[in-house]
Design a protein around this ligand. Sequence first.
Ligand SMILES: C[S@@+](CC[C@H](N)C(=O)[O-])C[C@H]1O[C@@H](n2cnc3c(N)ncnc32)[C@H](O)[C@@H]1O
Length: 319
Amino acid sequence: MNPKKIKYEKNELLHVPVLEEEILKYAPPFTEKILDCTLGGGGHSHALLTRFDQARLLATDRDPFALESAQMKLGKFLPRLDLQHARFSSLKEILSSKQWRFDYIIADIGVSSFQLDQSERGFSFTQDGPLDMRMDPNSNGSTAQDWVNNANPAELTEIFRKYGEERFAPKIAHEIVKKRKILKFHSTVQFANFVASLIPRKFQKKGFHPATLVFQALRIAVNDELLELKALLNTTVDYLKNEGRLALISFHSLEDRMIKHKFQEWENPCTCPPNFPLCICGLTPIGKRVFTRPISPSLEEIKKNPRSRSAKLRIFQRI
Ligand SMILES: C[S@@+](CC[C@H](N)C(=O)[O-])C[C@H]1O[C@@H](n2cnc3c(N)ncnc32)[C@H](O)[C@@H]1O
């Protein structure tokens, strides 16, 4: 895809950062090195570079358009900023070559508003575009169109059920396979209308497109989001300084659960049976959760930015 086809407003891709106040509030007080693994529209990076005016920031994203746009938005910080194209599963290569340790590592996992709103990216069910959904459109990974036109019914059912918690998953999968024998799916609106026609009216919620869960599920599959998150968790913790913090914002219950369990495991890795008087496994905590419960956006924030409503922030601190 040609970057020029993407519409810029005031030369920047627009995305309202979620939980920005909290991301600033829980940053370690003497932060010098920051890693933002989801640069997106550059909102969190901008806020952190402003707050910590001597800090250096490495920012990565798998979306090449995000990096291009952030160069404009963050232009005045360029001497303190390093932008790199990377997905979570390729972060290790970058981090091991840099040999930095960070005071603060953040990731705001999900899609940005500009990805959702640009019809060319294929995430939108209201503005027609190619059924793509790859966060990196230059990658050679499968698109949503490849999935719906080729996956077997069991695979489609599993995706819609597991990643979308869609109650009509088997029916939708079956009807997709039947329909594609006559007509291939190629556009977002064509596919969204087809899915909507399969959801009984009484189960359709006001203000919620009936294809929302199926679109979410396909997006997670296309971008391999859960494996990516696993790689993010396994990599970043090794690059925190002592007392350094890892702050993760997620928007999906499966992702929040993965983060919660990993943080619990890091805090209490001992595998000895509870009735053992002494620990013999030798596994010791590598840090502690800053809060046991996740932080959610305030009602005021949700009112201003409804896309923030399902965000959950969890923070872990190394010892
Ligand atoms: C919600 S946006 C981040 C917004 C950003 N915090 C801001 O304030 O503007 C999420 C970003 O994460 C990126 N992303 C999602 N999964 C990724 C992955 N596995 N590797 C790298 N970037 C990823 C997306 O491309 C998107 O730009």
